[in-house]
Design a protein around this ligand. Structure first.
Ligand code: DX5
Ligand code: ZN
Length: 547
């Protein structure tokens, strides 16, 4: 499934939401990180991609509605609204402060209450189990008004302990509310523990199906699956839809993930720089399917998906720009239907402008052209086409090329910059270490110039080189031979992710040392660090730390 809007831009906005939310919670000293982070992709995809809404005119009569029934995810919700432009990012520092607009549980906006509520909030939450009923009222009213808009409701799994949720579950199909979409944040943890211990909810899918809902089940952290599911709901008639989004409470901060105590506990303020660094270090593994044996590409895409790849890297070579021919847009088109994973097309071709429409048509999600194959004028035309089709634009440079100066005036419109670490043309070549200083410098310069997108490392990436490029800022990691040259593709991808994770933990530890909180950080992150203690060389240190 291709996106109606830019994939990498969406990912980056969701990263900003998490960063903003954690800052607010730490500063407030209370709030719900776990519940905010499990729903970050759901809320982000709704606000940044799917919903019809206008931050300049929140009461616009044709808007889609978002009802946040699990209102304790307020920090994530507020952060989403801020990133969507409803109010300024800085206001998150007022979270939960007396007299602030950002109360612990959001209050429905009204002009009379404008000092205690923010525009964009449609529902006053706090008491659990009510949001779905309210949504039914809104959905019915909109049907009566013959409006074409949609009502999206986020419900928590803990709150489905409430009887009222099941009354609403009976009512919505009775009224054939096909304008209503409930999204269940199925993170399996509620305030006091695991949902299945407190009040067993499974089989969730069967329950909603038997209440006559259209049920779709997805991984709630994969934006491509969320978009796919939301798109499917528009063709459903006479029934409401529920999307069961399987999520991880606290997703994004490893020591919070899946730990019940982080449902509603603030991290100490001194941890904030480390948490922000972790969130900013999220990476994507992109297997390049031209590598390895000459077996069919479909199987390679499937194997990458099974192994947990984040995106698929597609190396297009025309035999002119590079001395090799691989495949073209027709092949990509055939591969498109077998996966919802985003397609990252790397065009190593002459005259990219002449061919760009074919790759747009093949529904790639990211399209990168080479700086050596275009000038500013050509790039601008390509860029315009990509942006107007909701595709993430990229620019690539060879090991011996520097980023052209004109790129700096287009940074707002570029989502990814590929810095090649081999001369393009073939998979399985040796990593060129000379690119490391260039990558470090380019990354620094880009950040100083306000670049918010991704650096992609491509060529000769294996467990060792991955760590080097990751440490200097690469966040999309292409791996051809390291994945498909291996006998076990699944294990190879896990190995690459593991390497990046170890590199991150090492960096965070160093950062913690600089902040003077190393021991404290090691205690907080004990269950993440102990299994890695040997690799990180901190076993002795752990023995020395007495509880
Ligand atoms: C090189 C391609 C790379 C390459 C990746 O021209 O752009 O994507 O195939 O494969 P490895 O990781 O084997 O270098
Ligand atoms: Zn490539």
């Amino acid at each position: 499934m291709a996106f109606s809007m830019r994939y990498l831009d969406l990912k980056q906005k969701i990263r900003d939401v998490r960063m903003l939310a954690i800052q607010g919670i730490a500063k407030a000293g209370s709030g719900h990180p776990g519940a905010s982070f499990s729903a970050a992709e759901i809320m982000g995809t709704l606000y940044f991609r799917k919903m019809k809404h206008d931050h300049l005119n929140p009461q616009w009569e044709n808007r889609d509605y978002f009802i946040n029934s699990k209102a304790h995810s307020a920090p994530g919700f507020y952060a989403t609204l801020a990133v969507a432009g409803y109010f300024s990012d800085d206001e998150i520092n007022d979270l939960r402060k007396l007299g602030s607009r950002l109360q612990g549980h959001p209050v429905r906006y009204s002009d009379e209450e404008k000092d205690h509520s923010v525009p964009g909030v449609e529902y006053s939450g706090g008491s659990e189990g009510i949001g779905l009923s309210v949504s039914i009222g809104i959905a019915l009213a909109n049907k009566l008004d013959k409006k074409k808009n949609r009502i999206y409701t986020l419900i928590g799994d803990g709150e489905t302990n409430e009887g009222q949720v099941w009354e609403a579950a009976m009512a919505a199909p009775k009224f054939r509310l096909d304008n209503l979409v409930a999204i269940l944040d199925r993170n399996r943890i509620q305030q006091d523990g695991f949902t299945e211990d407190i009040m067993p909810l499974d089989p969730m899918r069967d329950k909603w199906t038997s209440f006559n809902w259209n049920v779709i089940e997805i991984d709630g952290h994969k934006v491509e699956q969320i978009i796919d599911a939301l798109n499917k709901t528009s063709s459903v008639q006479d029934k409401p839809t529920i999307i069961i989004a399987n999520t991880i409470k606290g997703n994004g901060i490893k020591h919070m993930a899946n730990v019940p105590q982080w449902h509603g506990k603030a991290p100490p303020n001194k941890h904030t720089p480390l948490l922000l660094e972790e969130l900013d270090s999220e990476f994507l593994i992109a297997p390049s399917i031209i590598a390895g044996r000459r077996e069919n590409y479909e199987e390679k895409v499937r194997a990458a998906e099974r192994g947990g790849a984040d995106i698929i890297h597609l190396d297009v070579m025309d035999g002119k720009f590079v001395p090799n021919i691989t495949f073209f847009a027709d092949t990509i088109k055939k591969l498109r239907h077998i996966t919802s994973l985003p397609f990252d097309a790397h065009l190593m071709i002459e005259n990219p402008l002449e061919h760009i429409d074919e790759y747009i048509d093949a529904r790639c999600d990211i399209i990168t052209v080479h700086a050596e194959a275009c000038d500013e004028n050509i790039f601008t035309q390509i860029n315009h086409k990509l942006l107007s089709n909701g595709i993430s634009p990229g620019i690539a440079i060879n090991p011996s090329t520097d980023l052209p100066d004109w790129i700096y005036s287009h940074l707002q419109n570029i989502d990814v910059i590929i810095i090649m670490s081999v001369d393009p043309g073939f998979a399985g070549q040796k990593f060129v270490p000379q690119i490391l200083p260039k990558m470090a410098l380019t990354n620094k310069k880009l950040r100083e110039s306000g670049f918010k997108g991704y650096i992609e490392a491509d060529g000769g990436i294996d467990a060792t080189t991955l760590q080097q490029v990751y440490d200097i800022g690469a966040r999309i990691l292409v791996a051809g031979n390291a994945v498909y040259g291996s006998t076990d593709i699944h294990a190879a991808i896990i190995q690459l992710k593991h390497t990046a994770n170890v590199a991150l933990e090492r960096r965070l530890l160093e950062h913690a040392t600089k902040l003077g909180i190393r021991v404290d950080w090691m205690k907080t992150r004990k269950h993440i660090l102990i299994p890695l203690a040997n690799e990180l060389g901190i076993e002795e240190e752990f023995y020395a730390i007495k509880e």
